[in-house]
Design a protein around this ligand. Structure first.
Ligand SMILES: [Zn+2]
Length: 417
């Protein structure tokens, strides 16, 4: 009780201070605002008020001038004159240096990659990545077509159906186990309908076709056994780089006993030989895959950093196609530097409860495509698409530090910074 009274009196105090500053403004019209002292006092009073408004979940005000969203720096300078021509030139250089030094122009198809874990209706970050993949494909296609090239440009969407079903994870004997979406088709299907709607729409808008792929496609690639042998042979060094926390390679295979399908999350109990990996199920014991049997390798799963490494190696070795991967900011930048190039730590996730605050702030349309559609109708997705299209025409926007939730709220509201 005393706690509630204290909260209430703090709210009253903070509200009174804010009102008294605004009262002063209404009386003086801000005429004595030397050095912006009114603004500073108001910002401070608003922040103080927010902290006590909901003390169990304090809010922090983010003020900006509408200019801060468009800083010019870094890659923005390099691509100031356009994004597409330099990208195509890079692909042409790749061909001429990798195959025949004198080979002119582009001869290989171009595949733009993006992916997702089907564990929610797609949120704004995923919608932006998808938009950018299709818009980049369209821009590249339009540019090379204008120069008479018939090279195909397509989008490939990797469905990470090996992602864990959150309510199916468990810890037994200090070891974490999980069950993947692909082992529970009904759960997998639950969100797929929203992804299909979004991808079909973007394919229509761009005129670019797309192909969904599954994790078994990645592990069925003819080059995969060779790369996997490399990973297994170098697992001691790679483990420290890909998993600083567990110092293991998170390769998994689901328990083959019907109805079980448990996998050990971090690969802590895996046993390796030069030709096999043996996995452990807490209920049914050991089971193995042979590294010389492609059909058994196709059963493998890998966590994000291991998958990222294997996929990147595969794309780099492919002499028959160009691969461009679009990755959201949480798995781009430093993440890639850490897990592709250097042994560094921890990836970032939204803290527990972070999404609830987005509801309080009215930005929950960004949480999922389902909410976006119900709050903003078909216009919501189109506004995100239009915003990302601006990144193609004005590349400086692509290279800004990040896009805040607040910025995206304004995009959905139709505001123009
Ligand atoms: Zn089992």
């Amino acid at each position: 009780m005393s706690c509630h009274l204290s909260d209430e009196s703090q709210r009253i105090d903070a509200a009174s201070r804010l009102i008294s500053i605004i009262d002063t403004l209404t009386l003086t019209g801000g005429s004595s605002n030397e050095g912006g002292s009114h603004e500073t006092a108001i910002f401070s009073a608003i922040q103080d008020f927010l902290l006590v408004l909901s003390p169990h979940r304090p809010l922090y005000a983010g003020f900006h001038d509408g200019q801060v969203h468009n800083p010019l720096g870094g890659g923005a300078y390099a691509f100031k004159e356009g994004l597409i021509s330099p990208t195509i030139l890079s692909l042409m250089n790749d061909e001429s240096t990798c195959i025949h030094r004198s080979s002119p122009g582009l001869t290989r198809p171009i595949i733009i990659h993006a992916g997702f874990q089907p564990n929610n209706s797609p949120h704004a970050g995923t919608l932006i990545v998808f938009s950018y993949a299709f818009l980049l494909a369209k821009a590249i296609h339009d540019e090379i077509s204008a120069h008479g090239s018939a090279i195909s440009v397509a989008v490939e969407i990797a469905i990470v159906d090996t992602a864990p079903i959150s309510h199916e994870t468990r810890e037994i004997g200090g070891i974490q186990y999980q069950r993947a979406y692909r082992d529970d088709p009904a759960v997998l299907a639950a969100y797929m309908i929203d992804y299909e709607e979004v991808l079909d729409q973007m394919s229509k808008w761009s005129g670019i076709s797309f192909r969904p792929t599954y994790q078994s496609d990645l592990f069925s690639h003819p080059e995969l056994p060779k790369l996997l042998a490399y990973v297994v042979n170098h697992r001691a060094r790679l483990a420290s780089q890909l998993s600083p926390k567990y110092n293991t390679i998170a390769l998994r295979a689901a328990c083959p006993v019907p109805g079980c399908s448990l996998t050990e999350k971090h690969g802590i109990l895996n046993q390796y030989t030069h030709n096999s990996i043996t996995f452990y199920c807490p209920y049914h014991g050991e089971h193995s895959i042979s590294l010389s049997q492609p059909s058994e390798i196709a059963r493998l799963e890998a966590n994000a950093p291991t998958r990222n490494l294997i996929r990147s190696m595969l794309h780099l070795l492919d002499k028959d196609a160009h691969h461009i991967r679009i990755t959201g900011a949480d798995y781009a930048g430093t993440y890639q530097e850490a897990f592709l190039y250097r042994p560094l730590a921890e990836c970032l996730y939204v803290c527990n409860g972070g999404y609830e605050t987005m509801e309080a702030l009215g930005t929950d349309g960004l949480l999922s495509y389902a909410r976006l559609r119900s709050k903003h109708g078909t216009q919501g997705l189109k506004r995100i698409w239009d915003e990302v299209e601006r990144w193609i025409t004005e590349p400086k926007n692509l290279f800004r530090a990040s896009f805040s939730v607040e910025y995206l709220r304004a995009v959905l509201d139709g505001s123009n910074w």
